[in-house]
Write a protein that binds this ligand. Structure first.
Ligand code: SF4
Length: 383
């Protein structure tokens, strides 16, 4: 299968320390080995030529901790990427608060990065200590101040997004509003707000299981609702269930995923999905999570391959589509899959329309902000 204009995801699976709630694939290390960057470049070059890439729709450095890459490594990677972008390509770089300083932000801007997403999670000291975030409360607040100053100077050419989590240990409805207030007062144009999901195998899960930490799961959703309402009342639009932005500041990269478009994944543990030209089936590859093997064998690392059949692709399309505020357009769905949306969702959507939790307008089937809370139930019903 070929793809000319996919999104590009680059995975940097290294973190100085592990946060206790995190189950993302990353290993503990203080720096990114040059060998890893060389392996990334090999895979990138190989795939650009194999897929006959013309331009990347968007580029996303995620992790792990991309801000652990040193300047030479970042420049080196971008040298191989920028020829396949243009001035409109969103190039996002995930940063840890600990790594933020004016010089680093300026460097990122100079070398072609035009958006950073920063993992704040919370400013609450007790929560930060409990989940073992690398940045202290002081460093997190300092980072946000630097980001705010930087944004006020360069807002025409540089975008900033902050990530928060509701329902962390020691977090309350009061602290979540205090957290978001800082982001809102600084007018950051994009905020992601996730409710904590307790993942088995994480140290936090174990501590809660062993009653070392008090935790009430229902608080995560209650706090999330408070946070969501606060953001909606302050001019942000919930364009996806966990993502809030001022109009025009939505993440292009993530929105591309949610429309079930092609994306390449580069790096150990990275996932890539390429759809057939008719969009009805696809192939998903997950690169090996053995970093040493990845380095040794790049660009031919042992990827796990999954064939996505027709049903999987259209169900994923519905799953991601309904999470967005625009929902799913029945004409787009018919044009791509040749089946009627109404036949798939039957009367299960109507139920929410009757409860004023969802709407059908100009062939768009979408959940209203309050209806988003029923989304999981709806998806379970149609699956
Ligand atoms: S910094 Fe991010 S990727 Fe690394 S352990 Fe913490 S949450 Fe996970």
């Amino acid at each position: 299968m070929y793809t000319k204009n996919p999104a590009l995801y680059i995975h940097i699976p290294f973190c100085v320390s592990k946060c206790t709630y995190c189950d993302f694939f990353s290993i503990k290390n203080n720096f990114i080995p040059d060998e890893y960057v060389n392996a990334l470049k090999k895979e990138l070059k190989y795939k650009i030529s194999y897929y006959k890439i013309d331009k990347f729709y968007s580029v996303y450095f995620g992790g792990g901790t991309p801000s652990l890459l040193n300047k030479t490594q970042i420049e080196d990677l971008l040298k191989n990427i920028l020829p396949y972008t243009n001035e409109n390509t969103e190039i996002n770089f995930e940063c840890n608060c600990d790594d933020i300083n004016e010089d680093f932000l300026f460097f990122l801007k100079t070398v072609g990065i035009n958006r950073v997403s920063v993992g704040v999670q919370t400013f609450n000291k007790k929560s930060l200590t409990c989940i073992k975030r690398r940045a202290s409360q002081e460093q997190t607040l300092k980072a946000v101040k630097i980001l705010s100053n930087f944004y006020s100077k360069y807002h025409d050419e540089f975008k900033i997004s902050l990530d928060f989590i509701s329902g962390l240990p020691f977090s309350t409805e009061k602290t979540i509003i205090e957290d978001l207030k800082i982001a809102v007062e600084n007018k950051f144009p994009h905020i992601s707000l996730y409710a904590l999901t307790l993942e088995e195998k994480t140290p936090l899960y174990k501590d809660i299981e062993e009653d070392k930490i008090f935790y009430d799961e229902s608080l995560a959703s209650e706090q999330w609702i408070m946070g969501r309402d606060f953001l909606l009342n302050n001019g942000y639009q919930e364009y996806e269930i966990s993502n809030f932005a001022f109009s025009g500041y939505e993440s292009l990269h993530n929105s591309f995923y949610w429309k079930e478009k092609d994306y390449l994944g580069i790096g150990s543990g990275a996932v890539e999905t390429i759809f057939a030209p008719d969009g009805k089936s696809g192939i998903r590859k997950t690169n090996t999570m053995n970093i040493e093997k990845y380095i040794e064998t790049s660009p031919f690392n042992q990827a796990e391959i999954e064939n996505l059949n027709f049903k999987t692709v259209y169900l994923e399309y519905l799953m991601t589509g309904f999470r967005t505020s625009k929902g799913v357009n029945s004409n787009d769905f018919y044009n791509r899959f040749g089946i009627k949306l109404e036949d798939v969702i039957k009367d299960k959507f109507k139920k929410y329309v009757n409860l004023s939790k969802a709407k059908i307008e100009n062939n768009n089937f979408y959940f209203l902000p309050d209806g988003m809370l029923f989304l999981n139930q709806f998806l379970v019903d149609i699956f």
